[in-house]
Write a protein that binds this ligand. Sequence first.
Ligand code: FAD
Length: 319
Amino acid sequence: MTKVLVLAESKNGKLRNVSFEVLTVARRITSGGEIAACVFGSDGEKYFEELAKYGAQKVYVVDNEELNRYTPDCYKQALLKVIGEVQPQIVLTGHTSIGKDLFPSVAARLNAGLVSDCTDVETGDGIVFTRPIYSGKAFQKKQITDGIVMATIRPNNLEAIENPVAAETIKLSSEIKDLRTVVREVVKKATGRVDLTEAKVIVSGGRGVKSPEGFKPLQELADVLGGAVGASRAACDAGYCDYSMQIGQTGKVVTPDLYIACGISGAIQHLAGMSSSKVIVAINKDPEVNIFHVADYGIVGDLFEVVPLLTEEFKRALA
Ligand code: FAD
């Protein structure tokens, strides 16, 4: 029987959806064992019900003001405390900025094996994690056979399925000490729009968008579809949009239900960030570009003609 601990993550007073996806993965691998979740910060207790709804039997809350904002030092101390208490065989979280930053340092401290950015998890003869390599060109299957297993799960990739259980909350106090980093202020890029990494629909623009104004029709289409706007690095480098919108190997990795690539050629570094999208639509003037090899639907045409037509059609269809 396997004991799994899930680090749940909240953002703007809400649990991130990836936490529910990770709890669903935990259920697949416990084989009747225990699923514990942990949340950090002074509002941690309010997430209890939602975590129980997705199968967490025990919810560990580390209540300390220092944990209201992420810093590697304080989260590491809190997670090590919970791991010491729960003694899990497996520790999971989302492959988010926090997961990417925190898990390697905790794994190093515990001498544990870490598999990051998992896109699938199978059980059978042990637990086998699948993760993309070579910018998504191939997939690697990994198994850790010794000691604690840690893994980060790619957001928006595996379905979150409810499984309500009776749960208990356990409050842990954790003395946070020797902090080497302090967050003085968090300045948000307050767009008020859908978060790119959690968006179900992404309309992305590349160099073909040609200017900052060229992103306007893409934003209109994204707004109609309740989605977010992303970009290629070439569009960011050209100053058409902010780097926070960059998707790809050195940008964000996204897995929306629908990805609409406008004026993007499909370089391998861009595909690394979006090729696991469920449905890909590409709009490009050049019928020979690489993006058409990964697209489910290709539209050969000028994006400035095609995108407004799509917006109008979706407006009509969704009215
Ligand atoms: P281009 O390749 O210039 O393509 C523009 C496309 O727009 C063309 O296909 C053209 O036919 C089309 N077009 C032009 N006008 C129109 C129009 N009116 N209507 C329709 N189509 C039109 N790139 C990323 O995106 N993300 C990354 O994270 C990333 N990381 C990188 C890391 C490294 C180490 C390196 C070396 C590169 C990285 N790159 C990354 C850059 C990558 O190699 C490409 O240069 C970049 O993705 C190209 O962006 P693009 O497709 O927008 O531009």
